[in-house]
Design a protein around this ligand. Structure first.
Ligand code: AMP
Length: 436
């Protein structure tokens, strides 16, 4: 299958060539003909499969057949996405194609002033890429006219549901004409996705492309078993030892992401965190710095990382395993994209074993374990800095001394006495209770 055989216009063919795409990805090869034929589509495809171009190219081509005068432009395509980051990424693709056919695309999302968006909509646009909440806000204020929408795309629909956008999506749908073409993309098919598809789609063609991150060779997966308190040291060690220059690290919480970032910076590794507590301008700037290679590590939470499009990202690290097994698939989908090799590593503590089992059950694959011969010595050398490190399971010299002091309370040297006066009684009490 070639792009030529998909019937794309010369302007779009040159956009594709400029992006460096030579052959359509499976989702593009399957979805583009369905969309050109006018049917609804229910597509099982993750980020990283090329799904954006799969819907953007045919939509732009069909809208380009009729370009109204500026004043009469109303949005004819609406793409709903879960996050601002994904909105930015989809918009970039849309703009790139749309401008070649004299179409206008704009981006609508919350967390920023609404006025500039109102003005842009007022000037006339053909394509709107939006997060559901802010879009609904515009619809309710009457600052967007959705009555001419021909194409509705729900991108990463599963994530929109995870983020609680279901009611907003239903409300937005009420503003749309019944006669339209609807395309729903989702990485997973839950009961709620099926229900949403039943409500919004009309006899859709269903296509599913291979879960490439699970089956494809493009991502090498591995895990290290490591104590929770040593994860940060191991991460620093892996980054340095491997000479990794662009690593996306997933942390479970915003607090955890900030803390890890601080520690990496302390270790001399240029890092920044991206999560929903950061303002949009900081998130955009951080992502741009990471893309330009000015940051070595980007620490992200699942929500913020959703939809991040970073070309040729070589390393993804699960610093914490995700609570939801499907998120593992989304996370490692940030690497090994579009023909590039990638490595996805997970640092797994004993407490995370149940999460690991759930992930492996979903993948139907046992993630290979790796060990680092050099790491134990390295870790022991560095255990004294943080509070966590002090709680390290492996007894440090100081802990051994405390134990000795507790066991032999008589005839202390002055130094042992000082040590024994503080934490040692705890050990002593525990021991004596255990002995009763
Ligand atoms: P997406 O799943 O749309 O986020 O795309 C994933 C990545 O693949 C993006 O970096 C795209 O630029 C890239 N991509 C999309 N289509 C192709 C293609 N046909 N050939 C090579 N790369 C592609």
């Amino acid at each position: 299958m070639s792009f030529e055989s998909l019937g794309l216009r010369a302007e779009l063919m040159s956009a594709i060539a400029a992006q460096g795409y030579t052959t359509p990805t499976p989702i593009q090869a399957e979805a583009i003909p369905v969309i050109f034929a006018g049917g609804d589509l229910l597509a099982g495809a993750q980020t990283g499969t090329g799904k954006t171009a799969a819907f953007a190219l045919p939509i732009v081509q069909m809208l380009g057949e009729n370009v109204p005068p500026d004043k009469r432009r109303r949005p004819r395509a609406l793409v709903l996405v879960p996050t601002r980051e994904l909105a930015a990424q989809v918009s970039e693709h849309m703009n790139n194609y749309a401008r070649r056919l004299s179409l206008r695309s704009t981006m609508i999302y919350g967390g920023v002033a609404i006025q500039a968006q109102i003005e842009r909509l007022h000037r006339g646009v053909d394509i709107v890429v939006a997060t559901p909440g802010r879009l609904l806000d515009h619809a309710e204020r009457g600052t967007i006219n959705l009555s001419r929408i021909k194409f509705l795309v729900l991108d990463e629909a599963d994530r929109m549901l995870d983020l609680g956008f279901i009611d907003d999506i239903h409300k937005v749908a009420e503003y749309l004409p019944a006669k339209r073409q609807t395309l729903l993309f989702s990485a997973t098919y839950s009961q709620s996705i099926k229900q949403l598809a039943d409500e919004l789609l009309n006899h859709p063609r269903q296509i599913e492309v291979a879960r490439r991150n699970i089956t494809a060779d493009a991502v090498t997966q591995a895990l290290y078993e490591v104590e929770k308190s040593r994860k940060r040291e191991m991460l620093s060690f892996l980054i340095r030892k491997g000479g990794w220059n662009q690593v996306l690290v997933f942390a479970r919480t915003r607090y955890g992401a900030d803390k890890l970032t601080e520690e990496l910076l302390y270790d001399g590794i240029k890092a920044a965190a991206i999560h929903s507590n950061k303002s949009q301008s900081i998130r955009t700037r951080t992502l741009a710095e990471f893309k330009r290679g000015e940051l070595r590590v980007l620490v992200a939470t699942d929500v913020a990382a959703r939809g991040l499009d970073i070309e040729r990202l070589p390393h993804v690290v699960n610093y914490d395993l995700p609570q939801v097994p499907e998120d593992y698939v989304h996370r490692i989908g940030r690497t090994g994209r579009a023909g590039e090799m990638g490595v996805a590593l997970s640092l797994v503590s004993a407490e995370e074993q149940p999460l690991l089992l759930a992930i492996e059950k979903l993948l139907k694959y046992s993630i290979p374990h790796q060990t680092l011969a050099e790491f134990p010595q390295y870790a022991v050398k560095r255990t004294v800095r943080t509070k966590e490190a002090k709680l390290d399971k492996e007894p440090s010299k100081a802990q051994k001394a405390l134990k000795k002091a507790a066991q032999a309370p008589t005839k202390r040297t002055p130094r042992e006495k000082v040590v024994a006066e503080r934490p040692a009684p705890k050990l002593g009490r525990r021991r004596s209770r255990a002995g009763k």
